[in-house]
Design a protein around this ligand. Structure first.
Ligand code: CMC
Length: 371
């Protein structure tokens, strides 16, 4: 293999055929199973869209009952795991906790667990892990899941002990994050699945990949950046300084979208609507950051991505920034598991190549005693 064969970051390489979602990076479109994201966000809700992504069509009444019941009955965690969570270091990052607890859950399951039922079961448990960690970390009593509440309401209830008025908007934000083709975490988890490993390993891989700041971890970094800027007047200088130092501006740019990310557009609209009647922290600074970044990068088509405005919304909802990426994971598990299972139908282990450029023909020599 020659250096010219290298596809750095696998740019432009297709690794699977999929009917789950379609991303049009030129037109800024995101489609789940044929439905535009704007339509789903407007008219649907988490359980229904999850069913659509997993099963390929919208549920009828019986199927809707089935998915709602599956997602509400499997929320509890084994008590042993809760006890272990109490021993975790209190400053452990929520994504590290989520990754570790999903991995621990794998010990409680039979190895042959890569079925849709297991995927739904794990999807039901993710909000519980996140909320329990929030409560444990803050020395608050755990709030157990409530079967009569829907997926989003139950999560917010387990976090805050009440049903906030924004739970519908939160639910819609989850829909926006559910699926996005062969992104880094979906690819990583599909690789793990392609070895016929189990679903807990698949999702542990995915969470570890999502955690990075170039991927889902960007939402937390965006809020850190906005806090650091602190004043709308300081925006141009702050951004120019990042550009001068060749630093990435968090929440901007995308491998596929070369226009405005449709998810960012929707999130921005929601924040705009909320800010019409109440103050939304950091929104004015964020708008200015967007203006400056888009202007500075007008030749490179760099626009806000999904992670730019989501953090401002979650922050407004009272969710601490270190939990932002766990919310992303709570939604994206639907896409991860759908892809892992779809790929299994025509499975072939992933095994790409690297191009060796190290030394050859060295002869062993004992280096002991050589200073
Ligand atoms: N800030 C500054 N420059 C940027 C940015 C950015 N956020 N994004 C892209 N560029 C520049 C980059 O420097 C490069 O310039 P040049 O061609 O002169 O070297 C050019 O645009 C192409 O960038 P790239 O890094 O080669 O693009 P990529 O497709 O490999 O990376 C990305 C995509 C999302 C990792 C990148 O845009 C980035 O690091 N963004 C910031 C982190 C972020 O917001 N991540 C969230 C991604 S979207 C949702 C998700 O996956 O969670």
């Amino acid at each position: 293999m020659k250096k010219e064969d290298l596809k750095h970051g696998l740019e432009g390489v297709a690794v699977a055929i999929s009917s789950i979602s379609y991303v049009d990076g030129e037109k800024g479109k995101l489609v789940y199973r044929g439905f535009e994201i704007e339509d789903l966000v407007e008219n649907s809700y988490f359980e229904e869209v999850a069913y659509l992504i997993w099963f390929g069509s919208l549920p009828n009444e019986n199927e809707e009952d089935f998915i709602k019941s599956m997602l509400s009955k499997k929320r509890n965690l084994p008590e042993n795991i809760v006890e272990m969570m109490r021993l975790f270091p209190e400053n452990a990052h929520p994504m590290a906790v989520l990754r570790s607890v999903v991995s621990m859950l794998g010990m409680y399951s039979k190895e042959d667990n890569s079925t849709l039922e297991n995927a739904i079961n794990l999807t039901a448990k993710i909000p519980t892990i996140i909320a329990y960690w929030y409560r444990i970390k803050n020395n608050l009593p755990i709030i157990y899941p409530e079967e009569h509440l829907n997926h989003s309401e139950n999560f917010l209830y387990m976090m805050f002990g009440e049903l906030p008025e924004y739970s519908k908007c939160f639910d819609k934000a989850l829909i926006l994050h559910m699926e996005q083709g062969m992104n880094a975490s979906t690819f990583a988890s599909t690789v793990t699945s392609s070895t016929l490993s189990d679903i807990y390993s698949v999702i542990t891989t995915a969470i570890g990949t999502l955690k990075g700041p170039l991927h889902g971890g960007a939402n937390e970094k965006v809020l850190e950046m906005l806090e650091e800027i602190g004043d709308i007047e300081k925006v141009p200088e702050y951004i120019d300084n990042l550009i001068r130092n060749k630093k990435k501006i968090m929440g901007f740019g995308h491998r596929i979208y070369k226009t405005y990310d449709p998810r960012a557009k929707i999130l921005k609209k929601w924040v705009q609507e909320i800010s019409a009647h109440e103050k939304v922290d950091f929104f004015d600074i964020a708008l200015k950051v967007e203006d400056v970044v888009v202007e500075r990068f007008k030749d490179k088509n760099i626009y806000p991505n999904v992670d730019f405005y989501s953090g401002i919304l979650y922050n407004h909802f009272g969710i601490p920034k270190e939990f932002f990426t766990t919310i992303f994971a709570m939604a994206r598990i639907v896409g991860w598991t759908a892809h892992a299972m779809e790929y299994r139908k025509n499975n072939r282990i992933f095994r790409p190549r690297s191009i060796y450029n190290g030394p050859k023909d060295l002869k062993y020599k004992d280096m002991k005693g050589v200073e």
